[in-house]
Write a protein that binds this ligand. Structure first.
Ligand code: GLU
Length: 460
């Protein structure tokens, strides 16, 4: 059994494309079959190597590894030519020389009459030898097929015109190449977006003219933005790699994507192997799904919370490098990540939280320091006590803070808040004694001194 993902390399890997790929990949794994990656690059003007790379990067970041391919349609032109010739020889296709002008007039006339604009078959019986090649679509009867998602679909052949299968320069068009490839590559389930559902009856006619057996079809409903319009850049990031950049874990995005259009009871969190185990084509939703950034963020946080530190580190490596955070001196990365795991919605947030442990800063948040750095006495006393502390662990640090509170008869807030600001620079830190332990004695003392300097400078 084989399924495939067949993107056109005319942009980055879109969220919708990634969901199609995930469903096709899952279906192949579920059947213990093969997942084929095919790059549909016949549109030479719009296809770019950069998009091919973006698609391959996106797929590999998501972990949707292909078993066969990537195949490139531009490498298969001879095969398409052979099939186009066969269709011509068997009188299932013909050359058409109708000019653009004639076709435009025809379209205008039909539209004016309120009819569907379609080719009138003018060259169908002319036996010409050049021009574009059109497929001889049957004139009568119906094309009926059962879509695994949409159910039974039936279209009258009189609705379908003779589609162009080769341009005048001989290059093949999508509907021809997709049929040849799905046949040659032994694809038995075609899973794709429902923007292609109108092409399916035409493709079925091609299969039939070629005497090939049909694959199963499953057309996935669209993904909509929050306003009900088709998901696009207007709604925020739509490129898969933008989600990597924003600090999402690939498995969180996959989990989110599978739920966009498929459900298994009320369950929200699925591991990839669970998805493969539970997935059925019949459970794909018929209605379009709305993309909900909040829910994705929630899932990401859930995944971060429950991930192993080692797994987080693997995914953090790119971000640390990207943000040039040097972690070679400072506390063990594992401890810092474990500390931040509960409080980070994204890996970007986590890296932000990591910086205070590995990077010094030279100023404090302005607003917070004006409010919290007023009284030098508690910080001074804490500095004295911590300087004398030998065994630099959270519990001991906590004891020192408590003693400051007792000796000065102040509440914890009076020392906790300024201490947190002194350590972090921005007040953004968790459990203060653990933070201080991780920041380390040297840096803690330096930062306390820096806070005291700030108070001295601003006290007049
Ligand atoms: N290359 C087509 C696209 O990117 C997909 C074709 C198909 O899946 O049949 O829209």
């Amino acid at each position: 059994m084989k399924s495939r993902f067949a993107p056109s390399p005319t942009g980055y890997l879109h969220i919708g494309g990634a969901r199609t790929a995930l469903f096709a990949w899952t279906w192949a794994k579920k059947q213990k079959g093969q997942f084929v990656l095919r790059i549909e690059d016949t549109d030479r003007e719009r296809s770019t190597q950069a998009s091919v790379d973006a698609i391959l990067d996106g797929m590999s970041w998501l972990g949707l590894e292909h078993d066969e391919g990537p195949f490139y349609q531009t490498e298969r032109f001879d095969r398409y030519k052979e099939i186009i010739q066969q269709l011509l020889d068997e009188d299932n296709a013909y050359y058409c020389e109708c000019s653009k002008e004639r076709l435009q007039i025809l379209r205008d006339e039909l539209t004016e009459k309120g009819e569907k604009a379609k080719y009138d078959g003018c060259c169908r019986d002319k036996k010409l030898n050049s021009g574009v090649v059109r497929f001889k679509n049957p004139i009568a009867g119906f094309v009926t097929f059962k879509d695994a998602v949409k159910g039974s679909i039936s279209i009258g052949n009189q609705e379908l015109d003779d589609l162009i299968i080769a341009r005048s320069d001989g290059t093949p068009t999508y509907n021809l190449t997709v049929v040849v490839d799905d046949h040659d590559m032994d694809i038995d389930t075609v899973i794709r977006g429902d923007d292609h559902i109108n092409n399916t009856p035409r493709q079925i006619n091609l299969y039939e003219a070629l005497g090939w057996s049909l694959p199963k079809f499953a057309h996935l409903p669209m993904i909509l933005g929050s306003d009900g319009a088709r998901l696009s850049k207007r709604h925020g990031a739509v490129s898969v790699m933008a989600y990597r950049d924003e600090g999402f874990l690939p498995e969180a995005l996959l989990n989110y994507l599978v739920r966009l259009g498929w459900s298994h009871g009320d369950q929200e969190v699925f591991s990839l192997s669970e998805i493969v185990e539970l997935f059925e084509l019949k459970d794909i939703n018929k209605a379009p799904a709305s993309f909900n950034q909040e829910k994705l963020l929630w899932l990401n946080q859930e995944y971060i919370k429950s991930a192993s530190v080692a797994h987080l580190l693997e995914n953090l490596a790119w971000h640390l490098d990207h943000q040039s955070v040097d972690t070679s001196t400072g506390p063990a990365l594992e401890s810092v990540v474990a500390h931040l795991q509960e409080r980070s919605k994204t890996l970007v947030e986590m890296v932000d939280g990591m910086k205070m442990f590995y990077q010094d800063f030279d100023e404090f948040d302005e607003k917070l320091s004006a409010k919290q750095f007023k009284d030098s006495q508690p910080l001074e006393l804490l500095l004295t006590k911590l300087s004398a502390l030998d065994n630099w662990v959270a519990d001991n640090i906590k004891d020192q803070i408590k003693q400051v509170c007792t000796e000065l008869d102040i509440g914890f807030g009076k020392i906790g808040q300024p201490f947190r600001l002194a350590l972090s620079g921005n007040g953004n830190a968790g459990n203060i004694d653990i933070v201080a332990q991780l920041v380390g004695k040297d840096r803690t003392l330096k930062r306390l001194q820096m806070a005291l300097d700030y108070i001295a400078q601003h006290s007049h």
